[in-house]
Design a protein around this ligand. Structure first.
Ligand SMILES: *Cc1c(COP(=O)(O)O)cnc(C)c1O
Length: 406
């Protein structure tokens, strides 16, 4: 139950153990094509996506190297740990970095962003870096609103979005939202082991690519555009990971992306309902309190000082449930419940139950009955019968069929 790497579905594990195949001729080419097609569906883009043999940090570096030149300025929008970390990557590449300070409990302040961009009369800021979901804080950013702020300030910088902890779980529309580079990775909501990073790339980003000074052969989009499949991967393809990722895409297609998103939103609302129920003075509290700014993939729970480690240890040692500890400024102050990818009601309800027992055992003030509140949230969700891929079954039924939920 940590916010990545996440639990692998059986179908993915099985695909990972397929024997290796000819990397030059034959079906592997079609596996890559299917993965790229799946990425287009997940990102919501008609442009060609890219697959890198790398983790998320590699995807970050690749986004910068493909579009920028030494000395260019990037503006990172702070809503937690990850956009500022991305900016640190930029600094090592010789880019000039600036962080727009923000709260660790709120989404990007779009007015402050617009104001900063309007002040950039020379257009020195070449890229704006943000996260859709910050995994350290559980903040969900409104990407169309950020785009609106950039356009409202008539600013020309590239909008780069880290959707590593949200793609495949939270609605994302690369083309419609006019994102320039989106970065994702395999090991969060995409249910595949760490080792693949993904890009979606706009026409505007591709134009910037033509004059970018930081281009290197391994990350280079253009070199990966060559016809020979071997070059799509800048060398030997990550064969097993491609098999695994293809199987994960297939699971998402079968469940239906809209249903997958609805499942994540329902689980997130159940997690929040439990925490809100537990909340009392001197006890636990949601890190993000503002509706619409709460992630569907991870819930960050503030805990009394000194309680994070004992709580996480209790759940791990007593019940084998692995929760995340707070990171960055929330280290020692929060725990993180990951609920993304191959996860349903049994895992989440179970984890919340273990947490409640942990609070009892350790003596953290709380109102008991958080699990009941989570059940009530899921019940409400089951009654809504949201849209499904087949249009026949409710989300709960679909989840039951596909994931052994309930
Ligand atoms: C996990 C994560 C990363 C880092 O990914 P790695 O694969 O560990 O390099 C970056 N951004 C966000 C939002 C993440 O959740």
């Amino acid at each position: 139950m940590i916010p990545g790497p996440t639990t692998l579905p059986g179908a993915v594990v099985q695909a990972l153990s397929r024997p290796a195949t000819d990397i030059y001729h034959g079906p592997l080419h079609d596996v890559s094509l299917d993965c790229l097609q799946g990425l287009s569906e997940l990102f919501g883009t008609r442009e060609r996506p890219y697959i890198f043999t790398a983790n998320g940090h590699g995807g970050w570096e690749a986004a910068l190297c493909n579009t920028l030149s030494r000395g260019d300025r990037v503006l990172a929008l702070e809503t937690g740990l990850f956009a500022p970390h991305w900016a640190e990557t930029a600094e090592t590449l010789g880019l000039s970095i600036e962080v727009l300070p923000g709260s660790w409990r709120r989404a990007v302040n779009c007015e402050a962003l617009a104001e900063r961009l309007r002040a950039d009369t020379t257009g020195s800021i070449r890229a704006i870096l943000t996260t859709q979901v910050d995994t350290a804080t559980g903040v969900l950013n409104d990407i169309p609103a950020i785009r609106g702020a950039i356009d409202g300030a008539s600013h020309d910088g590239l909008l780069m979005v880290d959707c590593i902890a949200s793609l495949g779980a939270t609605a994302f529309q690369f083309d419609a939202w006019k994102v320039d580079v989106a970065v994702a990775a395999s090991q969060k909501a995409l249910m595949t082991p760490p080792g693949l990073a993904f890009h979606a790339v706009s026409k505007k980003a591709r134009k910037a690519h033509q004059i970018a000074g930081l281009r290197t052969s391994y990350w280079d989009w253009s070199l990966r555009d060559r016809a020979d499949h071997y070059f799509w991967h800048s060398g030997t393809p990550p064969v097993s990971l491609l098999f695994g990722f293809q199987a994960a895409i297939q699971l998402i297609r079968e469940e239906g992306l809209a249903t997958v998103v609805a499942r994540h939103d329902a689980l997130a609302s159940a997690a929040r309902a439990a925490v809100e129920h537990w909340t009392m003075p001197g006890g636990v509290d949601l890190n993000v309190l503002t509706p619409g700014e709460q992630a569907g993939t991870v819930t960050v729970v503030r805990v009394p000082d000194g309680a994070a480690r004992p709580l996480v240890d209790f759940c791990k040692q007593t019940f084998g449930v692995l929760l995340g500890e707070g990171i960055g400024a929330l280290e020692g102050k929060a725990i993180r419940i990951g609920h993304m990818g191959h996860v349903g009601a049994p895992q989440l309800i179970g984890a919340l139950g273990c947490l409640e027992l942990g609070m009892r055992a350790i003596g953290i003030a709380h109102t008991s009955g958080g699990v009941e509140a989570a059940l009530a949230a899921l019940e409400g969700f089951a009654m809504e019968k949201p849209h499904t891929a087949s249009g026949e079954a409710s989300v709960i039924e679909i989840s039951k069929q596909k994931r052994g939920v309930v």
